[in-house]
Design a protein around this ligand. Structure first.
Ligand code: ADP
Ligand code: ZN
Ligand code: ZN
Length: 742
């Protein structure tokens, strides 16, 4: 007995805690007397004193020693969890991410948790409470004569047949609980619990028999051991990628494993989630921004306990704990929404790959227009490329044609050729989609007498004219202004709107085709909850014969009756300064063209441009997306852009331009202490849009062919930037692998 006690290692006294603060390190605390490393594991939450306040942090590790002097050392105040809320494998991913993206670990750890866990609530798999009227209805007016509160509540519940949640009741009433309790005691109201996840569909729906292209992919992937490997499925729109995902997922689920599916857009999630659920017949957690805090906590916790076998979600779902993770599927892997554009600027696709690598499981990327990065990784053998070249439902690919706009007489930007095509397709019972990535009526109001234009006071940009709301709006900072009656310079009353946005196209279509219903789909027409869904439904059933919209319409939707697609403006994308612009344009054209002729009717695509000879358009048209990708990669290599060289971007914005310059110059100086020969530095320079929302913006670009050497400099540099004096007058951020350089 004594012997063994003697051999026991002394318990570690200190814990390292990640606290949400803009600092790059963890903080050491003393463990409370009743806890030790065997009871309080990494991944558990603790309440700790921090500065003058107290914060909830997450334990990352234990140690015997600390650098904190004993008079400064503080103790953990209380603990929350007996079991870690963030399991070891997730902590590993988060630590990796914090170091890769140079973002404070405490903030990273917190951003991975649902809001209620951040606030100290316990993980919970119970659904939300629902209050319903009892099975024997009473007449409220006589029953609650002397209890007005109960009367109100009862009436309210009568109007909500499905029941009312705490959240809804809190929004409607103050202090409703006492009265509700009385109603429950009398049996006039029943409290039930709504499950947070729907039960699994008992008998899974059968799908189509896979074609030989699809089957080949599945056989190829199955022939390999279940280990980390990235597969890219490059399949044209409608080629049956989703069917391949479902089939792959089925095998993984059958082995008792969990599958994580990432999707870019919330608007696409409901359909896709349903399709997966019905076909696979497993409990499915769907994680997206439409959930309330309770729903999110519940879905997250259920997945963490292996209570949901399938997790489908947008960007942040990459942080869902899944103890039995067996496969990761990333749909539309090229999509920019996987990259978080503020705060912790991670790319969920890239992190999912790291996660799969750490877990030793395969990743399936899919797209009709893969990112150049992913194709590059296929060409160099790092990823396996699989292709689907045929449309699953035997429909043909649409015919694509360029329409030269030069010297044409345009009607609100529409060429005679496109107008004639619209006439014909409507006449032949077809459906038409016009695509324009610009909302509002017109991007510019101008004085016809002197050329005066209206710019945003806070941005280097013009105000967009919104005709239906009769106001001017800046699309960069959201500023609004009244439409002036006369020129601010010469006083002339003749203000003309230059150029067209979706609103103007809608107006043209409505007046030109009064007998057909027009549906405009952009951020302005879909603000109300549910309106996007309604409009898409109109588009899908073919009730709306004319559709006009922004890139919201380009993605993933299936419009079976669509026969003509018109891309109104490509010129902006051809001559943009950003290194990713041509890739975006090619993706957009390919995606939007893929909407035409999805079912039986053949499709036609007309692309308007002033530059029909532009090599990008020519390659895309004659050699397809693959041909474009090869050409574009060669260009990237020559220009030294990703994926050949890696980028990190220091951004800074300041109310006073001098403050920005001072910070950026000190940052540049500081970098000299850390940079190495593998790094090229550009700047500091003004950002392409120098002024936005009243702030002057600058950037410093670091470029390197060797990621390791780039990161060797980034780490000490970012950590000393925090202490840079001019930093107090600016907002700055570091973006590793920036999505764009605007
Ligand atoms: P993608 O994800 O590539 O756009 P989907 O998987 O959504 O393609 O398939 C497009 C349409 O074709 C869907 O309606 C789907 O049900 C159908 N489909 C897919 N594979 C087959 C198949 N092998 N046989 C018949 N129909 C199929
Ligand atoms: Zn004027
Ligand atoms: Zn503005």
């Amino acid at each position: 007995m004594q012997h063994s006690r003697h051999n026991k290692k002394p318990l570690k006294k200190f814990v390292q805690v990640a606290v949400p603060a803009p600092l790059y390190s963890c903080f050491d605390y003393l463990l409370p007397n009743n806890a030790d490393e065997n009871t309080l594991h990494p991944g558990c939450r603790v309440q700790v004193p921090f500065g003058r306040r107290s914060q909830i942090g997450v334990i990352l590790g234990h140690s015997d020693t600390t650098n904190v002097p004993s008079n400064k050392l503080k103790a953990v105040q209380s603990t929350f969890d007996a079991e870690p809320v963030l399991p070891g494998e997730l902590l590993k991913l988060l630590k990796w991410a914090a170091s890769y993206y140079q973002y404070p670990i405490g903030e990273v750890v917190h951003s991975a948790m649902p809001a209620l866990l951040r606030k100290g609530k316990p993980p919970s798999v119970s659904g939300q409470a629902m209050w319903k009227t009892g099975s024997e209805p009473v007449d409220p007016d006589t029953e609650f004569k002397r209890a007005p509160r109960q009367l109100q509540l009862y009436r309210f519940l009568q109007q909500h047949e499905g029941g009312a949640s705490d959240e809804l009741l809190n929004q409607t009433f103050e202090n409703w609980r006492t009265a509700m309790k009385s109603l429950v005691v009398k049996g006039q109201v029943i409290k039930t619990e709504q499950p947070c996840l729907p039960d699994a569909v008992a008998c899974a729906e059968a799908g189509p028999k896979l074609n030989s292209e699809q089957q080949l992919i599945i056989d190829t992937i199955h022939a390999q051991p279940s280990a980390y490997q990235t597969h890219l499925i490059h399949g044209i729109t409608g080629s049956g990628k989703t069917e391949v995902y479902i089939s792959l997922a089925r095998q993984v689920l059958a082995a008792g494993k969990q599958v994580l599916v990432l999707v870019p857009e919330i608007s696409l999630t409901p359909q896709l989630t349903d399709r997966f659920r019905k076909r696979l017949g497993v409990r499915t957690a769907s994680l997206h921004s439409g959930l309330n805090d309770n729903q999110r906590l519940c879905a997250w916790s259920t997945a963490a306990q292996n209570g949901a076998q399938l997790v489908i979600g947008t960007r942040s779902a990459v942080f869902t704990p899944m103890p039995e993770l067996g496969m990761v599927i990333i749909d539309e892997e090229h999509d920019g929404s996987y990259k978080q554009q503020d705060g912790f600027r991670y790319n969920a696709r890239d992190l999912a790959l790291v996660r799969a690598h750490q877990a030793g499981v395969p990743v399936i990327l899919g797209s009709a227009t893969p990112s150049l990065e992913s194709l590059y990784n296929c060409y160099n053998g790092r990823y396996q490329l699989h292709t689907l070249k045929l449309r699953a439902r035997s429909s043909q690919m649409p015919r694509i044609e360029l329409v030269d706009l030069c010297k044409q007489k345009l009607q609100e930007g529409l060429s005679p050729k496109l107008l004639a095509a619209i006439d014909m397709h409507l006449h032949n019972q077809g459906q038409v989609l016009l695509f324009l990535n610009r909302r509002g009526f017109s991007p510019l109001l101008m004085c016809h007498a002197c050329g005066w234009t209206i710019s945003c006071r806070r941005c280097d940009a013009h105000m967009t004219y919104h005709k239906s709301r009769q106001l001017l709006r800046c699309h960069h900072c959201g500023a609004e202004a009244a439409v002036p009656q006369s020129c601010g310079d010469c006083g002339s009353g003749e203000l003309i709107s230059i150029g067209a946005g979706t609103e103007r196209i809608e107006q043209l279509l409505k007046s030109r085709y009064p007998d057909f219903s027009v549906e405009r789909i952009d951020r302005d027409t879909t603000r109300r909850k549910g309106s996007l869904h309604e409009k898409l439904e109109h588009a899908r059933t073919g009730n709306a014969r004319l559709l006009v919209g922004t890139q919201m319409l380009a993605k993933g939707h299936d419009f079976p009756n669509l026969t003509l697609v018109g891309v109104l403006d490509t010129d902006q994308g051809l001559y943009s300064g950003d290194f990713r612009a041509s890739e975006h344009l090619a993706q957009l054209i390919t995606q939007v063209a893929g909407r035409a002729g999805r079912a039986e009717k053949p499709g036609e695509v007309l692309i308007q441009t002033h530059h029909p000879d532009h090599p990008l358009l020519q390659t895309l048209l004659h050699q397809g997306y693959d041909g474009f990708a090869h050409a574009a990669l060669t260009e990237r290599e020559q220009a030294g852009f990703p994926p050949y060289r890696h980028l990190a971007l220091l951004r800074c914005e300041a109310i006073k331009p001098e403050a920005g310059t001072a910070f950026m110059e000190s940052a540049r100086e500081l970098l000299k202490g850390f940079e190495n020969e593998a790094i090229e530095v550009f700047g500091p320079l003004p950002a392409p849009m120098e002024k936005r929302a009243g702030r002057y913006r600058m950037q410093l670009i670091l470029q390197s062919g060797q990621r390791k050497l780039l990161h060797q400099a980034l780490q000490p540099w970012t950590q000393s930037l925090v202490n840079l004096k001019p930093g107090s007058k600016v907002r700055w951020s570091l973006d590793v692998d920036p999505y764009d350089t605007y």
